[in-house]
Ligand binder design. Structure first.
Ligand code: NAP
Ligand code: ZN
Length: 351
């Protein structure tokens, strides 16, 4: 076993702190990765605070991982020592069900093996995530980080990037004349960049009026402050496509009414449940859909798209010792637009 230091939540209310644990010795198909950067996803906060229920403690969060291959198992041929690689939200799956065979491992019938807050495929060993020195992952669930993307700005692509890229492609957001992104956070700012690069017209719908300048700088054509009284009347029936990334409970019906006939709203944010009014859908034959991350093949496609189009996440680098403050700022929508942990701070700083 490989002794490894990380940062963990021990229960839903105590701040995260240093935590020592062991990684498995590499099996023939495993890759050992020294972690350089790990993004801070709002899903880390939901889970560390047990907002989705059934959290497993102690929990080492983190599923936006970029690092360097430190060693490989005897049968690994695709990866070599020193290569820059990524790991996202899952580290294994059954590999034989219809979704897995279709390259959509995130919809594995047995359930994807999540990077943290789950059990490994033996059904016993807790999986620990990227707020740590290193991770050991099967070679088939490792991504190649293309040259040209800054490594810290690449980390959030492994979750925020693919979570927005995949539904934009799948539900035709890339063809939209008028697309909207709801919520300008980690996911939302990637959605704006992708829609823009794919040629869609993009509007940001935000409850933070101060983000207007950033939205336009990130590539949006328009910005609507959802706190304005007349915003829902003014924009009724306007959009072909809405990507809803909001992390807090909100009224889906109000946003559905901003869709034109046959428009689609895709939910990727995961707040508590809220009510759906049938009329918001049926009046203009609107569609409401959902989507979770993306499969390995599509993550690689997204990373290559980012390299080709000069896209990375806008990040604020933090030390692991500042993770609890980063959570608080994320809760206040005060993040521009992803916190990324510089893992050197863990190696140097101890606690
Ligand atoms: P984030 O960086 O915190 O961004 C969320 C944004 O939602 C905020 O920046 C804010 O944007 C908006 N918002 C927050 N509170 C709000 C409120 N009370 N009312 C209205 N708007 C509010 O979070 P993230 O990392 O992008 O994640 C967003 C959500 O997606 C989370 O629930 C996360 O768990 C989920 N997620 C889902 C998947 C998936 O596969 N489906 C993957 C990753 C994450 P404005 O300031 O612009 O309003
Ligand atoms: Zn995530």
């Amino acid at each position: 076993m490989i002794p490894t230091r990380g940062y963990a939540a021990t229960d839903p209310t105590t701040p995260l702190g240093p935590f020592d644990f062991e990684r498995r010795d590499p099996r023939p198909h495993d890759v050992v990765i020294d972690i350089l950067h790990c993004g801070v996803c709002h899903s880390d906060i939901h889970q560390a605070r047990d907002e989705w229920g059934e959290s497993i403690f102690p929990m080492v969060p983190g599923h936006e991982i970029v690092g360097t291959v430190a060693s490989v198992g005897a049968d690994v041929s695709r990866w070599g020592v020193g290569q820059t690689v990524g790991v996202g939200v899952f580290v294994d799956s059954c590999r034989k069900c219809e979704p897995c065979l279709a390259g959509e491992e995130q919809y594995c019938v047995e359930g994807m093996t999540v990077t943290y807050n789950g059990l490994e495929r033996d059904g016993q060993t807790p999986a620990y995530g990227g707020y740590s020195e290193r991770i050991v992952v099967d070679e088939n669930y490792v991504l190649s980080i293309p040259d040209g993307i800054p490594l810290d700005g690449a980390a959030p692509l492994l979750c925020a990037g693919i979570t927005t890229y995949s539904p934009i492609r799948h539900f035709g957001g890339d063809q939209a004349r008028e697309a909207a992104v709801l919520g300008l956070g980690g996911l939302g700012h990637m959605g704006v960049k992708f829609l823009k690069a794919m040629g869609a017209g993009v509007t940001v719908l935000s409850h933070s009026p101060g983000k207007k300048e950033d939205a336009l700088r990130l590539g949006a054509d328009d910005f609507e402050a959802t706190a304005d009284d007349d915003v829902f009347d003014k924009n009724a029936g306007r959009f072909d496509f809405i990507l809803d990334t909001v992390s807090a409970t909100h009224d889906y019906n109000a946003y559905l009414r901003l869709l034109r006939r046959d428009g689609t709203m895709v939910i990727v944010g995961l707040p508590d449940a809220s009510t759906l009014e049938p009329g918001a859908l049926i009046n203009k034959r609107r569609r409401l859909a959902g989507s979770v991350i993306g499969g390995i093949r599509e993550i690689q496609e997204m990373l290559d798209f980012c390299a080709e189009h000069g896209i990375a996440s806008d990040i604020e680098a933090i030390r692991i010792q500042d993770i609890n403050e980063a959570y608080e700022r994320t809760m206040r929508s005060d993040v521009r637009y992803r916190f990324v942990i510089d893992m050197a701070s863990l190696r140097q700083g101890g606690g």
